[in-house]
Design a protein around this ligand. Sequence first.
Ligand code: SF4
Length: 558
Amino acid sequence: MLHARGSLLTIDVGARETETADIDDELESFIGGRGVSTKLAHDRIPFDADPFGPENRLYLASGPLQQSDISFTGRMNLTGLSQLTDGLLSSNAGGYLSRNFIGTGHSVVEVAGESDDLLAIHVTDEGVEFEEVPELAGATVPEVTDEMNDRHGLESENLVTIGPAGENLVRFASAMTYDERAFGRGGLGAVMGAKNVKCISFQGDSPPEIEMPNEDVQMDVHRQAATSDDIFRRQGTTHLVQVLNDNFGLPTRYYSELSFENAEKINGDRVEEKKYKKAACSVCAFACKLPTRDDASGLETEGPEFETIMAFGSNSGVDDIVDIMKSNDMCDDLGMDTISCGNTIAAYLASEDEFGNVELIHELVEKIAHREGIGDTLAEGIERVHEDLGVENWTVKGMDFAAHEGRVVHGQGLSYAVSNRGADHMYSTTMIDEYNDVIPAEGTAGKSEHIIDNENRNAIRDSAVVCQFGIGRIIEAEIFEALFDEDYEDLLSVGDRIVNLERHFANQRGRDIEDDRLPYDLPDLESSIQEYYEARGWSDDGVVPETLVADFAQAADD
Ligand code: SF4
């Protein structure tokens, strides 16, 4: 089976020591990216670790496909114990980092410990250098890029950087790369901040040796990506604003309504009007990114994408796309997940009856990043502050709800309940099958196997590492089989092990059925949760049996 072949570099930022090791046979069986990182995190982070303590670890990892020229592979994975969800969490970002990362010869970089001084860490194919950067305390993401460029000639595509939000331990802080691409959901930027690491750079010219199979398949994917007339290539995810608002629901005014009366003012057409050039990630001919500019104000940003438009638009009662662009740009500069930041602000707007107050929204973005005044409270995220605000808790396992409406597409709703990542859409992406009538939108009964297949496939997606926008469009099961020289069912079983390790870790932290809860009811929800547990081989309380984890270890040895 194809798997990442670079080494594992461990950087202890407290001791300022490094160690390089081969990835062993057991890790190889987890492919790369999220798979290898989850296995390492599960085995090396103590189950009772404080996410902000030195015992937490971060894993930046590429997969085998980052050494190919296939479209949809310009991505990287970041894994750690999230202080937002209190579980192992993997996040995924595009841009141009991945090819610089593999140039160092490593497939996984593990960051352990905690530094006394704010650090920039420089990883090359010749070693690791630690640079104390106290003068960069409080710097925004672009300011760090400029400084690293002046000092070392580094570009944004070499860097993973946190802004003030990460340093201030905002629970939904992003780690940013290429200035505008975010390892966003779950807030692992705050873990980087807790370790006192401002940025990590990667450059080198020594990628690991790997034999990429099946040149024909690689070329075919690339050709299809380059010639597709998919609307994603013009509008990214933003075309979904109107489609979902009109057909499946769009969270509005802190989830109190299911459609936004001014959706046409913030939809994909409005974003496309602001788009001024094409953009992509490394080697990706699909090129779905959205550099936007407002000529009147001179504001330039990338996006906003669909989820950001929901959080800072409909869910905050805002109907001007330029105002949303500004919120997006501020979050990128300050280093925060646009979805969680927007939704948390929407919770505050609900408590103050201030929907649509754009000046207040932009003031709150700044205050959250710097933990000033009410921003200090909101920086904790909805789950921890909703009672103080007097609003409903629109989260699952601490993760605020994505835009895809589980109250309408019920399989996605069930998936939000049982997901290790909480109410995030990327974990199972079951809503896509419900939008496209692959399965009916109504009801949860009988959908568990489908959700599990999706979760397992997406675990492989994040281990390969492949972009979600290739999945189901061009990169289907037979493409996976051809690329990995492996039966698709066997690949899914690798995904199954990854999901189970995440859940097992959560169980050891006391997570069980009590945490698989939604703020709304769905048809047959309780019995469908049990159906899901049974299909996964878990107990009635949602606990992974120790025997199952032992079986996985044995399977990897075999
Ligand atoms: S499809 Fe879009 S987000 Fe995905 S790798 Fe290509 S350019 Fe990047």
